[in-house]
Design a binder for this molecule. Structure first.
Ligand SMILES: Nc1ncnc2c1ncn2[C@@H]1O[C@H](COP(=O)(O)OP(=O)(O)OP(=O)(O)O)[C@@H](O)[C@H]1O
Ligand SMILES: [Mg+2]
Length: 445
């Protein structure tokens, strides 16, 4: 090589020139690359800066969002906690995954953490928890919410509370049940109020019923009084219209009796006289019934009244009667009563008994007892008895099943007993005889 340069120095020069230019070109290229690199670096730096700024913004935005979300979650929680109803979420296995403050309290827990992951078995008696669990599993299995069920639970103060609970099934995107939300409202006070209202209503209904019955009784009484006053007018008219002709017939019969001595005619005259007496008695009865006056109370011994009535009834009845008296218990017991009205009343009842019994083997039993305030008289016969339909009518004026009855006997008895503050009851069955029970207060009211 050296030899070549020595022999050809122009080659050496050319070599230098080439190297020189090469270096120049290289330097130029280097500079250009360097410049391009610088541009790229700047661009990259810009990009990094831009990205960093973006990221920083994103972080700020995210923080803001988290703050907003946090606030909203807190607001939501505060809202749910402020609701007095019991609100909770449960998973598919009936385990609590969220509970509001009311639920936390009723479960006697301090915070939600004490409840999460637990079931009703951790808080309620086994039977109750089993019932809730079964209900919920059924709801979840069917995917069907249940609204307004009534549930009873014991609250944190050991009081029984009635809840109206709705359990709504929560579904995932595929429509499969994943849990439930329960909302329970305490309706104990409402229930109690309803019960009070119901009781009030029942009391009111009872009062209305009693009042209506009282009004009905008053109406019946008024009707009876009206009828009795009609009877009064009628009786007065009959008495006036019949007594004179009856008196004339009686006088005429007496005259004939004095003038004619003939056995058959005398028998007829006796019949006429008997019928005149009977007719007069009917008129008397009608007048007595229609002119019922308030009782004139006396110190009266019912024992004597009963004895007198039994004797009279026996005498008057054409039947052979077996009468038994068990009245010694009231021998020395007196009541405040009107003697005439008492006699009339017991006479009527005994006459009815005598009318009802059979001709032979007729029996009437009179029993009298007394307690602190009342005298109780039982008049029992073995007569025909009274049909159920007739029992309702026996106190009606003019109700009679007898050919010769006026149907006023018991109407008057009823009135007399009522005026004395007592009561009268019938126990009777057709064919099984009748027992009349009269209760009279010892002291007038
Ligand atoms: N002890 C009795 N046994 C069977 N029926 C009776 C008895 N007492 C009352 N009755 C029934 O009650 C009806 C009404 O009795 P109530 O005394 O008012 O009238 P009455 O006896 O028919 O007529 P009177 O006005 O003459 O008494 C009777 O007709 C009779 O059907
Ligand atoms: Mg009678």
């Amino acid at each position: 090589m050296n030899a070549l340069f020595h022999t050809h120095p122009e080659i050496l020069g050319l070599g230098f020139i080439i190297i020189f230019f090469s270096l120049v070109i290289l330097s130029y290229l280097f500079k250009r690359e360097h410049k391009a690199l610088l541009v790229t670096q700047n661009h990259l730096e810009d990009l990094v800066q831009e990205r960093t700024a973006k990221l920083e913004q994103e972080i700020i935005d995210r923080k803001k969002l988290e703050e907003i979300l946090g606030n909203e979650r807190k607001q939501l929680r505060d809202l749910i906690d402020s609701i007095p109803d019991y609100i909770y979420f449960k998973d598919i296995n009936s385990k609590f995954i969220m509970a509001n403050l009311a639920t936390i309290r009723i479960m006697r827990c301090k915070s939600q953490e004490d409840i999460l992951g637990k079931t009703d078995f951790d808080f309620y008696a086994k039977e109750l928890a089993e019932k809730f669990f079964k209900d919920e599993q059924e709801i979840l299995r069917l995917g069907k919410s249940k609204i307004d069920m009534e549930e009873s639970v014991i609250d944190e103060y050991n009081r029984m509370r009635i809840l109206s609970t709705s359990k709504v099934v929560l579904m995932n995107q595929d429509g499969k049940p994943v849990g439930l939300v329960g909302v329970g409202r305490d309706i104990t006070d409402r229930k109690l109020a309803e019960e009070v209202l119901k009781r009030d209503n029942e009391t009111l209904e009872k009062i209305i019923k009693v009042r209506s019955q009282e009004l009905l009784d008053i109406h019946v009484e008024l009707e009876q009084s009206k009828r009795l006053s009609d009877i009064g007018t009628l009786a007065a008219t009959i008495a006036h219209e019949l007594r004179n002709p009856l008196a004339a017939i009686s006088i005429a019969a007496g005259n004939i009796k004095r003038k004619v001595v003939d056995a058959p005619i005398e028998r007829h005259l006796q019949t006429i006289e008997k019928k005149i007496i009977e007719s007069d008695q009917i008129i008397n009865n009608l007048l007595f019934y229609s002119r019922l006056r308030p009782p004139q109370h006396e110190n009266l011994y019912i024992y004597n009244v009963l004895n007198e009535c039994v004797d009279t009834a026996r005498e008057m009845s054409p039947k052979t009667l077996w009468v038994e008296k068990k009245i010694e218990d009231v021998k020395n017991v007196s009541i405040d009563g009107d003697p005439l009205q008492m006699k009339e009343m017991f006479m009527n009842i005994m006459n009815n008994a005598c009318d009802a019994v059979p001709d032979a083997r007729g029996s009437v039993e009179i029993l009298a007892t007394h307690d602190k305030n009342f005298i109780n008289v039982y008049i029992k016969d073995n007569g025909v008895g009274i049909a159920k339909a007739n029992l309702e009518k026996i106190y009606d004026p003019f109700f009679t099943t007898k050919v010769k009855g006026t149907g006023l006997g018991l109407t008057v008895c009823h009135q007399i007993i009522k005026m004395h503050g007592g009561s009268i009851r019938f126990q009777s069955e057709p064919g099984a005889g009748t027992t009349v029970i009269v209760n009279l207060p010892k002291k007038k009211k």
